[in-house]
Design a protein around this ligand. Sequence first.
Ligand code: Q46
Ligand code: ZN
Ligand code: ZN
Length: 307
Amino acid sequence: MRCKQCKEKAVLFMPAHRLALCKGHYPSWFRKQVQRAIDRFRMIRPGERVLVAVSGGKDSGALWHALHHLGYETEGLYMHLGIRIEGYSDQSYEAVCRLAEKLGRPLHVVDFQEELGMGIDEVRGATNRPPCSACGLSKRYHMNQAARRLGFSVIATGHNLDDEAVTLLNNVLAWNTEFMVRQAPVLPEDEGFVRKVKPLIFLEEKQTTVYALVEGVPFERDECPFSVGSTNLHLKDVMYRLEAHSPGTKRRFVEGFFQWRAQWLDKALKTKPDLRACAVCGYPTTAEVCAYCRLKAQIQRHLTIVS
Ligand code: Q46
Ligand code: ZN
Ligand code: ZN
């Protein structure tokens, strides 16, 4: 396959776009898609500093690299989850440090071992809670709190089109409408919550991988050990087959949802629950004490019993 622009050997053919590009022309096309999503959904305001949540994986790495090269003033935020299985967290951290160095940008770190008193791989033993549920809750919490502490008004995450399509399919299969309301390219700022944006929303996983490889973005190739065998991986496979059969399916699915969602969002927002400040840490919550503080208290009780 040859590049559409210069006839050199293509690094990637994108059936949904009917487009093949070489390694010289691909990165600028990719960044243009990122910029397009930012403009279309008004994700970032002019001159706004952006905190990029980086996990050490290819998507968030590609995102930080692309935003930096698009001229945004970025800083990285890494959550050290303390997952020791196969040295996962340490290796991811190393990849993120190399990227921060390559870009010459500051990196902030939240250490779960320090914050929670244990790594995510120990949480089930202490609380009976599945690791991904404790992990997701704690990541959302610390992402918001770190952004506020560091004076950022926007956080960018590396969710790509595949993630979005799989999450949507999962939510549709369970008719989880509450989660669907919160699934959007932009989650606007709200009492105590910083705006969250997904500039890779219309880029496929394959496209972010090729970008990371072509641009020499350091990333950890191994997935989190807890993602193995998850429902999401099965759904990813289903999506992959649908896409192979009919290119553009993922995009139509997600794009159509966003359009539909925009129509009934007003209604959904009217029934928004009343938020108040957590009695322990001040985080916005519907209960007296937020879910993160309850998780932390459970871990503390466990640690007191075993010590
Ligand atoms: S939630 Fe679960 Fe991920 Fe946390 S424990 Fe790993 S797989 S990292 S997105
Ligand atoms: Zn070319
Ligand atoms: Zn709290």
